[in-house]
Design a binder for this molecule. Structure first.
Ligand code: ARG
Length: 461
C-alpha cells in the first residue's frame, strides 16, 4: 500500500488511510488505461518534437508505456490505491520500469488536462460504438418494416384504436427516432473531439509545447481554445449522457409497446423464448423481461444525467476534485446504452408478428370510421355532420355487437341517405391504408419507398 506519492514533496504527514481510499479513483478509472497511455505517448512525442525530451528519452518512454499496457492487459499490473488514480499508477510504474527518465513524462502536463483528455478519447470511441449499435438496430427495424409493409394493425391515440395503419409504417416511426439519436450523437462527437492537453493544471505551461502536433497525434480536431475551460468543463459528457437518455427514453417507449403487444389481451407479437423468462410459481407465464429491464434501466441513465448536471453546477473555475465523480455515471451510461441497443436488435429479430390478430383488432376497433366520414364528405355532406352520422352508426354497431362492415346498408341508411354500397367499400382496412398514399403516409407503397430511403440513409456514412 505504502507507495511514495508523486505529489508528496510538501507534505510531512502521510495521508490518513481512510482518506486515501475515500479520495482514490483507481478502482474505477483504471478502465481509462488505454487512453491514458495513448495520451502520454502523444505528449512524449510532442515533447521530443519541440526538443524538451531527447529522441532516446522519448523512445524509452514509449517502449515503457507499451510494456505497461501489455502488463495491464495480461492482468499482471498491480494497481495501488495509495497511488490514487490511473494516471499516477501508470506514471509510477513507468519510472519503476525505465528509471529516472520516466519522471520526465509529466513535464508541461498536469493530471487535470490529462484526465480531461482521457475521458474525451474514451467517449469518442464510446460514441462510435453507440452509433454502430444504433445502425444495427435501425437495420433490424427496416428489415421488419419491409417484411410487414402490408400488415395491418390498429394505430392508437390515447391507447384507443384510432385508424388502421401498416406495421411497416409503425416500425419506421422507431427508425426515425433512432436516426435522430444517431445524428445527435454525431453532433456531440464534434464537441467531444477537442483536445485539452497543453492546458496543464489550468494556466498552460511555460514549455514551448506544440498543441497542434499533439492534437494531430491523437486524432483530435483541434486543441481547446482556453486552458481554464479545457480542464474544468464536463459539458461534453453531460451532452453525451443527455443524448443517451433520449435513446433510452425511445427504447423504453418501444419496450412499453412490446410489453403490451405480448399480453394475452393484445396478442400482436411473440418475443423469442430466449428473450423471455418464466415464473417460478405460475407455469403458464412467459414474461417479457428484456423490454421491462430496458424500461427500468432508462431511469438509471436519467439519474446519471441529473448526477452530472448537479456535479457541475456549483464549481468555480477551473478544475475541482468534484470532477472525479464524473466517471462512474459516464461509464455506466455507456455500458447501459450499448447493452440495451445490442439486446434490442437481437430481440427484434426474434419477434414473431401475429398478422391475423393485428388485422382483427383493426377491424374490431372501428378504425375505419374516419374513412366513412370522409366518404360522406365526398358525397357532399359537411364534415361535422358526417362525423355525427358515423358516430351514431358506430354506437349502433356497438349495440348490435358488430363491426361497421358487417352491418346491412339498409340499417346504416337510417343515419344518412348518402350512405350506399360504394360508400361502404371504404370500411375495409386495406382500402383505408391504401388511401393514405402520400409522403410520410401509411400506405404499403409509401412504406416500401420509405424502406428504400431508410436503407440508403444507412449506407450514407
Ligand atoms: N483522479 C482525478 C480525476 O479523476 C485526476 C485529476 C486529479 N487532479 C488533481 N488536481 N487532483 O479528476
Amino acid at each position: 500500500m505504502d507507495k511514495k506519492k508523486p505529489w508528496g514533496g510538501r507534505f510531512e504527514a502521510p495521508t490518513d488511510s481512510f482518506v486515501e481510499s475515500f479520495t482514490s479513483s483507481v478502482g474505477f478509472d483504471q478502465r481509462l488505461y488505454h487512453y491514458d497511455i495513448q495520451g502520454s505517448m502523444a505528449h512524449a512525442r510532442m515533447l521530443a518534437h519541440v526538443g524538451v525530451l531527447s529522441g532516446d528519452e522519448c523512445k524509452a518512454i514509449i517502449a515503457g508505456l507499451e510494456e505497461i499496457e501489455t502488463e495491464i492487459e495480461s492482468g499482471q499490473f498491480a494497481w495501488s490505491v495509495s497511488l490514487e488514480d490511473v494516471h499516477m499508477n501508470i506514471e509510477a510504474r513507468l519510472t519503476d520500469r525505465i528509471g529516472e527518465v520516466g519522471k520526465k513524462l509529466h513535464t508541461g502536463r498536469s493530471r487535470n488536462d490529462q484526465v480531461a483528455t482521457d475521458i474525451r478519447l474514451y467517449l469518442r470511441d464510446g460514441i462510435d460504438d453507440v452509433c454502430a449499435r444504433l445502425r444495427d438496430l435501425q437495420t433490424a427495424i427496416v428489415d421488419i418494416a419491409e417484411r410487414e409493409a402490408e400488415t395491418i394493425l390498429p394505430g392508437f391515440t390515447h391507447l384507443q384504436p384510432a385508424q388502421p395503419i401498416t406495421f411497416g409504417h409503425h416500425m419506421l416511426a422507431w427508425f426515425e427516432m433512432l436516426a435522430r439519436d444517431y445524428a445527435r450523437m454525431q453532433d456531440c462527437r464534434k464537441r467531444v473531439n477537442i483536445m485539452p492537453l497543453g492546458a496543464a493544471a489550468l494556466a498552460g505551461t511555460s514549455f514551448p509545447i506544440d498543441r497542434e502536433f499533439t492534437a494531430k497525434e491523437l486524432g483530435f480536431d483541434m486543441p481547446a481554445a482556453n486552458s481554464l475551460d479545457a480542464v474544468s468543463d464536463r459539458d461534453f459528457a453531460i451532452e453525451f449522457v443527455s443524448n443517451a437518455s433520449v435513446i433510452m427514453m425511445h427504447l423504453s417507449r418501444f419496450s412499453e409497446e412490446l410489453i403490451l403487444w405480448s399480453t394475452a389481451q393484445f396478442n400482436f407479437i411473440e418475443l423469442g423464448d430466449n428473450f423471455c423468462t418464466g415464473s417460478s410459481i405460475m407455469p403458464q407465464k412467459k414474461n417479457p423481461d428484456v423490454p421491462e429491464l430496458i424500461r427500468g434501466k432508462t431511469g438509471r441513465v436519467n439519474g446519471h444525467l441529473v448526477s452530472l448536471l448537479t456535479l457541475m453546477k456549483g464549481q468555480p473555475l477551473a478544475y475541482n476534485k468534484d470532477n472525479q465523480e464524473d466517471k462512474e455515471p459516464l461509464f455506466d451510461t455507456l455500458d447501459t446504452v450499448l447493452d440495451s441497443l445490442k439486446v434490442y436488435a437481437d430481440m427484434l429479430t426474434s419477434m414473431e408478428v401475429k398478422r391475423d390478430n393485428m388485422r382483427d383488432a383493426a377491424i374490431k376497433g372501428y378504425t375505419t370510421a374516419t374513412d366513412l366520414a370522409d366518404a360522406l364528405v365526398r358525397k357532399g355532406v359537411a364534415f361535422r355532420d358526417a362525423h355525427e352520422i358515423v358516430g351514431k352508426a358506430v354506437r349502433y354497431a356497438i349495440d348490435q355487437g358488430k363491426d361497421l362492415g358487417e352491418l346491412e346498408v339498409k340499417a346504416l341508411q337510417q343515419f344518412s341517405d348518402a350512405i350506399d354500397k360504394q360508400v361502404l367499400d371504404v370500411l375495409k382496412v386495406e382500402g383505408s391504408v391504401n388511401a393514405r398514399d402520400h409522403l410520410g403516409g401509411t400506405a404499403p407503397s409509401q412504406v416500401r419507398l420509405a424502406v428504400k430511403k431508410a436503407r440508403q440513409s444507412l449506407k450514407g456514412d
